[in-house]
Design a protein around this ligand. Structure first.
Ligand SMILES: Nc1nc2c(ncn2[C@@H]2O[C@H](COP(=O)(O)OP(=O)(O)O)[C@@H](O)[C@H]2O)c(=O)[nH]1
Ligand SMILES: [Mg+2]
Length: 455
């Protein structure tokens, strides 16, 4: 039964001032009534202070309860939002009682899924809800909010409308092919397809920016032992996260933390120092470090600038793709053994920045390098377009584009209107998957399992 009542804690579990428990479904108000028999509820969307009790009459909590009646609620169904005291015991007693009365625990994203199924928002907007909840920076918040407001959906719908107009003309041409009415000129469809493809190309441009915005940039710090990798990591984080010590082999596992650069999330990784070793644990750490560098978007290779540069160091550097590599010549405060130009030549590095993790000299240049290298363009695109399609939406756009390409070829080679109709429908179906106009259960599953419970 799709309309059964679901319940979930919508605030994070743990101790807090207030916790919010939500119920949605046609029996939501009946469930509330059973916990507060005879209580008078304030009108929809206002708060009522209610004493809630369980079936035996024992009090659970004094709570503030908001009732939102269908269809004017988030899910489009009757909803009850209980702001109770934020203790895990209150919350679990409350949820237990609501379940005992007939509700079930909501699946991840089920409230939003119901909102979608009830036409309160489309799929692109539902995906923006996930983005908004996970937003860590202002830029992520801004773009998610824009898409929640329907910025992408509106563009997709206008594309759909123009293709639907063409489809109507094509179908009329099929139906009335024996008569001389109406006159259909496939060149108009060709022009519409060209325009649609240009609009799709513009949307697809935002895919890389969008992925970077959601997924973040992975930056691995690599280098020999004791060169100051952990010190650089801490300095970039602005906190003493990794243990720094003069003892080689201090860092063994990978440490991961997030920093924000220009509104993007940057996943910083500190690794074990690369060296010849007979220690099994250290060797494992080095293997993990090299693998991390392979996967990374960028590698900061740290070299101790106060020491002689060895051939082992330049050999190690040569294993890294040059376009994602920055050599960080550290410990400048101790005085450099050779000039940065010499170091660059010896290390075979295109980009090199002199820093001191100790005095923080040069750190800002490292941040700027990371930004320029990865997200500068993306940040510019996002600022202009305010739309960032995700991988799923991009795949649908590509599918639509391929159908439009086939449509164009079919028109140019004088194919029958039936073929034009098939390809136009193909393009429309692909576009429909973005907003959820055309969709499958599998598609819904993949989207809504990304949600947290309670949303
Ligand atoms: N003078 C100076 N010492 C540093 C600097 N960066 C790191 N160190 C020292 O070098 C040693 C090794 O540092 P650590 O960050 O643990 O190196 P890792 O093994 O590469 O992670 C420690 O004693 C640090 O205090 C720096 O910029 N200047
Ligand atoms: Mg270390």
């Amino acid at each position: 039964m799709e309309n059964d009542a679901i319940v979930a804690l919508s605030t994070p579990p743990g101790e807090s001032g207030i916790a919010v428990v939500r119920i949605s479904g046609s029996s939501a108000l009946r469930l509330l009534d059973a916990m507060a028999p005879g209580a008078r509820l304030a009108p929809s969307r206002t708060l009522s202070p209610l004493a809630l009790s369980d079936g035996s009459g024992e009090s659970i909590d004094e709570a503030l309860v908001a009732v939102m009646r269908a269809p004017g609620s988030y899910t489009g169904e009757d909803m009850v939002e209980i702001s109770c005291h934020g203790s895990m015991q209150v919350v679990s007693d409350l949820i237990d009682e609501i379940v005992r009365l007939g509700a079930r625990i909501a699946a991840p994203g089920e409230f939003t899924k119901r909102a979608f199924l009830n036409g309160k928002l489309d799929l692109a907007q539902a995906e923006a809800v996930v983005d908004l909840i996970s937003a860590e920076t202002k830029l992520q918040r801004k773009i998610a909010l824009e898409q929640l407001g329907g910025a992408l959906s509106r563009k997709v719908r206008s594309l759909e409308e123009s293709l639907l107009d063409e489809l109507a003309l094509i179908e009329a041409a099929i139906d009335f092919s024996e008569e001389d009415l109406p006159v259909y000129d496939p060149r108009d469809t060709l022009e519409a397809a060209r325009k649609a493809r240009a609009a799709i190309a513009a949307l697809l441009e935002s895919e890389i920016a969008g992925e970077r915005l959601r997924r973040g940039i992975r930056v691995t710090i690599l280098g020999g032992p004791n060169v100051g990798k952990s010190s650089l990591y801490n300095a970039l984080l602005g906190e003493e996260r990794a243990i720094v010590s003069p003892i080689a082999g201090t860092t063994r596992d990978i440490l991961r933390e997030r920093i924000h650069i220009g509104g993007f999330t940057c996943r910083l990784e500190d690794t074990a120092g690369i060296a010849e070793t007979s220690c099994e644990v250290e060797a494992k750490g080095i293997e993990i470090a090299r693998a991390a560098a392979l996967r990374a978007d960028l590698v900061l290779f740290v070299v101790d600038g106060s020491e002689e540069i060895t051939s082992e160091t330049s050999d190690e550097i040569s294993r890294i793709a040059p376009d994602k590599l920055l050599c960080v010549l550290n410990k400048s405060d101790l005085g450099l053994r050779c000039s940065s130009d010499e170091a660059r030549a010896r290390l075979g590095a295109r980009d090199l920045i002199v820093v001191s993790a100790l005095t923080r000299e040069g750190l800002e240049s490292v941040r700027v390098w990371i930004f320029d290298k990865t997200v500068k363009r993306a940040a510019g695109d996002l600022d202009r377009e305010r739309i960032a399609v995700n991988a799923r939406q991009a795949a649908a756009l590509r599918e639509a584009d391929e159908a439009l390409e086939r449509l164009s070829t079919a028109i140019e080679t004088g194919e029958h209107a039936e073929i034009l109709s098939v390809e136009t429908r193909c393009a429309l179906d692909a576009l429909g998957a973005i907003t959820g106009r055309s969709m499958s259960d599998a598609l819904l599953e993949t989207i809504f399992t990304k949600f947290c419970i309670g949303k």
